[in-house]
Write a protein that binds this ligand. Sequence first.
Ligand SMILES: Cc1cc2nc3c(=O)[nH]c(=O)nc-3n(C[C@H](O)[C@H](O)[C@H](O)COP(=O)(O)OP(=O)(O)OC[C@H]3O[C@@H](n4cnc5c(N)ncnc54)[C@H](O)[C@@H]3O)c2cc1C
Length: 472
Amino acid sequence: MEGAQSPRPRDPMSGAQPLGLILRDGSRVGIVGGGPAGSLTAYFLLTFAQRVGLDLGVDIYEPRDFTTAGPGGCNMCGGIVSESLVQAMAMEGIDLPPTVVQRGLDSYVLHTDRRRVRVDTPLGEKRIAAVHRGGGPRDVLAVKWGGLDGHLLNLAQDRGAKVAAARVAEVGWDGGRPQIRLKTTVRTYDLVVGASGVNSAGWQLFEQLGVRGTRPRTTKAYITELHLGDDAVSGLFGTSMHMFLLDIPRLDCAAIIPKGDYLTVCLLGQDIDRELVTAFFESPVVRRCFPAGWQVEEGACHCSPKINVGAASRPFADRVVLVGDCGVTRLYKDGIGAAYRTAKAAAGTAIFRGVAAGDFRHHYWPTYRAIARDNAFGRLIFALVHGVKAFPPLLRGTLAMAADEHLASGPARRMSIVLWDTFTGSAPYREIFFRTLDPRFVGRLLWHSARAWNGAADTTGRYEGAKEAGHG
Ligand SMILES: Cc1cc2nc3c(=O)[nH]c(=O)nc-3n(C[C@H](O)[C@H](O)[C@H](O)COP(=O)(O)OP(=O)(O)OC[C@H]3O[C@@H](n4cnc5c(N)ncnc54)[C@H](O)[C@@H]3O)c2cc1C
């Protein structure tokens, strides 16, 4: 259903629009949540409606003011927009202006306890964007940027969506149609879209509206924004995303992402707690990235948001559909990309097919399930990463293979492409997994690992210490 372009199917006998639950002229859609999933659903609903000449009203309910700095304006995320999403949005005419993109990233640096290796965009044209989600960290002196969420919400408004600055706490039914009830107003809709993410009590609203099945599974992550100033951020971290493969229990993935004057530090794994955060910052591998004697400032903006690690089992009911994190997302990466895909597929179904549970099952669920199924490969890949971390020759072989590829170009950069796509979320996990089964990939990795076993690989590659790359 992704990218639905076809007109609504007509009855083959009469040529009439199907009866049943469909959106008609004057229909109204209420969207609970104005993060990326909610704003993009509004954007696509109104774009597709215009395409078929449908007069549609769309209200977005969003309590946050994305122009303010600090937690009140922020949807808590690493802020990497994958290149596949940058490209997909550009094809829809959705550009990310320089005021939103804090830094274009063209490489990543992989840090382990023995060495670090820089991997440039494997196929030349690749770029990813680092953004803030709101007005910036709470200690920011002046809000100089626009955040991604505010930008997408503005796009939806430009298309005609109305935004109500309110948190939805009550819903109900009115003659077979869902209602959103605020303190002073009650509105009846032809479709309610759930886009409330996983960091609020939004799900119980959708259960009241008839969505059955299990809620998304979540775990706790950690993010902090560190102010270093533009010169230090550029000098120490450049235009690279920094990934850390450290042997710290429960830590699956750690990243430092340079943005303007700040660094975003993002830790993902199983129930990240204070002990794990301290272990990360005290690790010598992390310490050597910062100036000598540097300490995390007391009071730095930080949060422990929940992250979706398992999809809700049934994301729809008659006249109700869930998009983005409150339904399904990509494991650890490219959640904004998943919000985009589910938003577009749900909006396409509602406009071109109908808003009954059966319509969402047939035309929205395939996109949704494809994301959930791909995460099974993601789990396999992160298990492999754990295995590689635990077996030093394999880890050294992995780094040596990536470093050795810097003179190669295109598909010959097998390890670089696998690592790039894994850490940036730029390709489906399934695709990445099957690339690691290629005999040429396995052969090269075993060869480098055997050399590492014999102590030879540590002299391979140009990025030992990464100083030549201008980092550190
Ligand atoms: C630590 C961490 C790092 C991440 N890093 C990245 C990354 O680098 N790149 C990436 O692509 N993804 C990343 N993600 C995932 C990404 O943040 C999410 O996938 C994405 O935000 C999902 O968008 P959404 O609109 O579904 O939900 P959200 O962004 O959570 O938005 C939900 C919105 O709903 C609103 N809301 C909630 N309840 C109500 C209510 N009752 N009434 C009205 N409004 C309501 C909230 O205020 C919020 O604005 C990360 C996530 C975490 C936790």
